[in-house]
Design a protein around this ligand. Structure first.
Ligand code: PGA
Length: 249
């Protein structure tokens, strides 16, 4: 059993002041590392000030995206080196909102993952099917494609650094959570697929998160499943009291 990982994805919410206040409260609740890994992913503008608050606490900082190139003429983009410089240890890659609204394809996601790993950022690699794909029984095929294409040509060491987040698109921000059984079925499939692509069975160590309308009421049942190692929380991570309850599930 790996150490549970509880991550909050703030998306395009929170000012610098709000982010710093949140981080201070979270830190005062968890001043030292606990028996679970806590990660928060503020917007880019708040990363550095939040890193200053979290320094030495054992609470990790994540970005929500990065560019695949190391530097260059990409107006408006952020590089892996900049994220490390700002204090990040994780980065969310391939979130369904980026796939949907910014047309991110598996090949770009793959490049981003490689760049993140090169700079020692741990990717939180998101996969998940839409409602139409689930209803037409394509869930496993979609997840398999996203994993195989997203992680193509990665070294075994690289694959072992990946945190996979299963986020069914139909459950994100909708209040509709996958049942623990539905989530577990896909998590098991993801674990097996990770073992296949890595060609050695370190899959028991792969951290696989569930995301999609997680809150402090439903997290317990989800975390009871053998292949659910943690959660990636959107909406319910924006309020610090609620997030603390989630972390303490
Ligand atoms: P949600 O978002 O918890 O608001 O459904 C999860 C996510 O998109 O990571």
């Amino acid at each position: 059993m790996v150490k549970p990982l509880i991550a909050g994805n703030w998306k395009m919410h929170m000012t610098v002041r709000e982010s710093v206040d949140f981080a201070r409260q979270l830190r005062s609740e968890f001043p030292e590392p606990v028996d679970r890994n806590i990660v928060i992913a503020p917007p880019f503008t708040a990363l550095y000030p939040v890193a200053e608050v979290l320094r030495g606490s054992g609470i990790y900082l994540s970005a929500q995206n990065l560019h695949w190139d190391e530097e260059g003429a990409y107006t408006g983009e952020i590089s892996a080196e900049m994220l490390v410089d700002a204090g990040c240890e994780y980065v969310i890659i391939g979130h369904s909102e980026r796939r949907t609204f910014f047309n991110e394809r598996d090949s770009e996601i793959n490049r981003k993952i490689k760049t993140a790993l090169k700079f020692n950022l741990r990717p939180i690699f998101c996969v998940g099917e839409t409602l139409a794909e689930r209803e037409s029984e394509q869930t496993f095929a979609i997840i398999k494609r996203q994993i195989e294409e997203g992680l193509i040509n990665l070294s075994s060491d690289g694959i072992e650094q990946i945190v996979v987040a299963y986020e069914p698109v139909w459950a994100i921000g909708t209040g509709k959570t996958a049942t623990p059984g539905q989530a577990e079925e896909v998590h098991r499939f993801i674990r097996n697929t990770m073992a296949e692509i890595n060609r050695k069975d370190t899959s028991s160590k792969t951290v696989i998160l569930y995301g999609g309308s997680v809150n402090h009421n439903n997290i317990g049942d989800l975390m009871n499943q053998p292949d659910i190692d943690g959660v990636l929380v959107g909406g319910a991570s924006l309020n610090v009291e609620t997030f603390i309850k989630i972390v303490r599930f």
